[in-house]
Design a protein around this ligand. Structure first.
Ligand code: NAP
Length: 301
């Protein structure tokens, strides 16, 4: 490898082709004059070990990790930072002196986006939809911030497992088997978080919130889905007069925290935000390929 080759970071996931992270990070490297390059490391399920060996052996400074590897990657790292261990998922790897260190920037990224939108989670009552990797990070962030949480997931067993896990962190977390059962108590909540992949491109016109249930105007609605930028759920919230937050700001915030871990430099947030928005707008104009339709519920930061 040439002495002048750039330092590299990569995105480990499957599929990764439509990610906005390369555009966001490469714009940030360029803005700070860093000779770094963010590249895609497509890694089919079961092949994480060989991609990590590549990270150790080449000029890599780190990586992001996305679906389906956020949990599996932990077993192959030299060290996992304590909040990532508690969450049970790693989305950022730092290579330091040949050692692989794991972090989770989804949880603080979510909190930063929530607070940037003016919502103070301390003492809030949150209804969280989902029980996958993103929901684990959201629940951790909200427990740390002092929220009371009710969880709903399509597969109730996964919700129960997450409740058990969150109670182990000292959180006030319960789950419900159906959203309809919550109707008499909806007014008691003030935050709704969608941490499912429902509504994600290319199946953008569906919502995780039933059209038959009211959505109180005093709620703040946070949809982690960022593609499309305007989801059906956000439209429902706006129609109800409720403040609505899309997933793009969380994407930028988690990326900014990863950037800082890799480079030790303060991330150029505005540059990252603009590049992420532009890349997303470009991807939404791209035609939907048949192969991608099959992967419709696969998330790619
Ligand atoms: P995941 O681990 O695969 O979990 C997917 C979740 O969505 C599960 O709770 C799953 O329920 C639920 N789900 C999927 N299809 C559904 C359907 N048709 N009806 C009802 N529930 C359904 O994925 P993840 O990593 O948690 O990601 C979830 C979403 O968060 C994705 O859209 C992703 O893009 C987004 N995200 C955004 C950011 C950001 O920075 N904005 C960061 C991370 C993730 P079951 O358990 O029943 O399968």
């Amino acid at each position: 490898m040439s002495e002048h080759a750039p330092q590299r970071v990569g995105l480990i996931g499957w599929p990764v082709e439509h990610s906005v992270s390369p555009a966001m990070h490469n714009a940030a490297f360029q803005a700070l004059g860093l000779d770094w390059w963010y590249t895609l490391l497509p890694t089919p399920p079961g092949e994480i070990a060989s991609t990590l060996a590549q990270l150790r052996g080449q000029r890599y400074r780190g990586a992001n990790v996305t679906v389906p590897h956020k949990e599996a990657v932990m077993a192959f790292l030299d060290e996992v930072e304590s909040s990532a261990r508690t969450i049970g998922a790693v989305n950022t790897v730092v290579v330091r002196e040949g050692r692989l260190l794991g972090y989770n920037t989804d949880a603080p990224g979510f909190l930063a986006a929530l607070q940037a939108a003016g919502f103070e989670p301390k003492g809030s009552r949150a209804l969280v939809l989902g029980a996958g990797g993103a929901a684990r990070a959201v629940v951790y962030a909200l427990v740390q911030a002092g929220s009371t949480i009710v969880l709903y997931n399509r597969t109730p067993q996964r919700a129960l497992e997450l409740v058990h896990h969150a109670q182990g962190m000292g959180g006030s977390v319960t789950s419900i088997a159906s959203l309809d059962s919550l109707e008499p108590e909806l007014a008691d909540f003030n935050l709704l978080v969608n941490a499912t992949s429902v509504g994600m491109w290319p199946q953008g016109n569906v919502s995780p919130w039933p059209e038959t249930l009211s959505l109180p105007s005093h709620w703040t609605v946070f949809d982690l889905v960022y593609n499309p930028a305007e989801t059906r759920l956000l439209a429902q919230a706006r129609a109800a007069g409720a403040p609505a937050i899309g997933g793009l700001e969380m994407l930028v915030q988690q990326g900014a925290l990863a950037f800082e871990l890799w480079t030790g430099q303060s991330p150029p947030l505005e540059v990252m935000r603009a590049a992420a928005r532009e890349s997303l707008a470009r991807s939404q104009q791209a035609p939907v390929e048949p192969a991608l339709r099959q992967d419709a519920d696969v998330a790619t930061p």
